[in-house]
Design a protein around this ligand. Structure first.
Ligand SMILES: NC(=O)c1ccc[n+]([C@@H]2O[C@H](COP(=O)([O-])OP(=O)(O)OC[C@H]3O[C@@H](n4cnc5c(N)ncnc54)[C@H](OP(=O)(O)O)[C@@H]3O)[C@@H](O)[C@H]2O)c1
Length: 379
């Protein structure tokens, strides 16, 4: 029986993980959950699961205690995530938080030798070097849940990273893939949230439309597989059937294909071996033709900018991530336009210093400063 601490239990990934734990209850138990404000979903989870610890915003403490008398409640505001991970250091941590708030939790789990099932890509984006260094002193396994990285991991089974010539990750192109640059000027929030192939949380859906999500995934692949940025490519594949491709030095090329269903990589990461499979209907004959295109750098200008920032290996990647989180939030709140997301990120990159040593304390402090600046920036 695998015991799971589920961070971000009320989100898109978190909810699918809860459903899988229920469906495969002879293999998994839910020991702890965290959420931010979605108390209704938390109450529903507490009805069905014997959860020991709940982490949420402080104001929900009494409702949580009422829904699950006897459970421990830790407020998010008082290091709740870290206290929860410490207390349950014999569980596996599924990190489905959104944003850089996930980094410290990932590091804490690694410190306690806990396996980390990582959906929270921002952990690696802002703290990749810290995570790699923590892993060197730990027995933790870091298992990606992102579909592209789970796909690459499947292709790499039985092979060594030394055999890799190039990694390719695919991008659907997001909600506005059929619009010109000029047409992006007046797109709406509702339109931006209509992803053509995947049903996901709001932030990642917007990140897919700007292509920031693919920047994050290239960074994620760089740290997960130890491959240089020169040898990681992102291409457009509108059907989202091929998720990842590995070109090997011996001339073989392996591509991973499958349905656009996150339950497959989530279950595969949770189980950790091939003994369970998610039964998702998939018939290639019904899919028609598959298309692959070069990523249009003019149309998705944030992509080259983001990769250039990543290559600099400094605090600018934290600046970019924090600016992006605030820009997306402001777009969703109708404060700025879609095209302003990139403008806001560029303004923050111009304003903040890159050469600050990457420590957890510096990252947290810097992240806060960028958020405060980006929140009030006139665009
Ligand atoms: N969704 C997908 O299909 C997908 C696919 C691949 C990778 N990912 C990655 O997986 C991660 C989660 O994505 P998602 O789409 O599941 O996100 P989501 O639906 O927005 O859920 C985010 C979760 O984090 C919680 N949360 C939000 N802000 C928080 C804060 N400041 N402190 C603590 N908890 C907070 C939310 O709680 P409340 O519900 O209470 O607000 C929710 O439980 C992201 O890194 C994303 O890039 C997602």
């Amino acid at each position: 029986m695998k015991r799971i601490t589920l961070l971000g239990a009320t989100g898109s990934i978190g909810s699918q993980a809860v459903e899988l734990i229920e469906e495969y209850n002879q293999h998994f138990t839910l020991e702890a959950i965290s959420a931010n404000t979605n108390i209704t979903k938390v109450e529903a989870i507490l009805k069905k699961h014997d959860v020991k610890i709940v982490v949420m915003a402080k104001k929900y403490e009494s409702r949580v205690k009422k829904a699950k008398p006897g459970c421990t409640f830790y407020p998010l505001e008082s290091d709740g995530l870290i206290r929860c991970i410490k207390d349950l250091s014999d569980t596996v941590v599924l990190n489905a938080l959104v944003g850089s708030v996930g980094l410290e939790a990932t590091l804490e789990g690694i410190k306690n030798n806990q396996d980390i099932l990582l959906a929270n890509k921002e952990s690696l984006v802002v703290g990749g070097p810290l995570i790699l260094s923590a892993l060197e002193h730990s027995t933790s396994k870091l298992i990606p849940i992102d579909s592209e990285h789970a796909a690459l991991r499947e292709c790499l089974k039985g092979r060594s990273v030394q055999d890799i010539e190039k990694l390719v990750i695919t991008a659907s192109g997001g909600s506005f893939r059929n619009l010109s640059v000029a047409e992006l000027e007046n797109v709406t929030v509702d339109d931006a949230l209509k992803h053509p192939n995947w049903s996901m949380g709001k932030k990642i859906t917007i990140d897919s439309a700007t292509m920031m999500n693919k920047v994050f995934e290239v960074i994620e692949a760089h740290y997960l597989f130890g491959v240089s940025y020169d040898r990681i490519e992102a291409i457009i594949h509108k059907e989202s059937i091929v998720h990842g491709i590995v070109h090997f030095k011996d001339g073989n090329v392996l591509a991973h294909i499958g349905p656009s269903d996150m339950r497959i990589p989530i279950l595969s990461a949770m189980k950790g071996d091939d003994s369970l499979r998610y039964h998702s209907a998939f018939d290639l004959l019904t899919k028609g033709s598959l298309h692959f295109e070069k990523l249009d750098r003019r149309r998705y200008s944030l992509f080259d900018l983001g990769i250039a920032v990543a290559r600099k290996n400094g605090m600018h990647v934290v600046t970019m991530n924090a600016a992006n989180e605030i820009a997306v939030e402001r777009f969703l709140n109708h404060e700025i336009r879609f095209v302003d997301i990139e403008r806001l990120i560029v303004r923050c990159l111009d304003h903040f210093e890159n050469h600050i040593p990457l420590t957890l304390e510096n990252i947290k402090k810097h992240d806060e400063s960028v958020r405060a600046y980006a929140r009030h920036l006139e665009i």
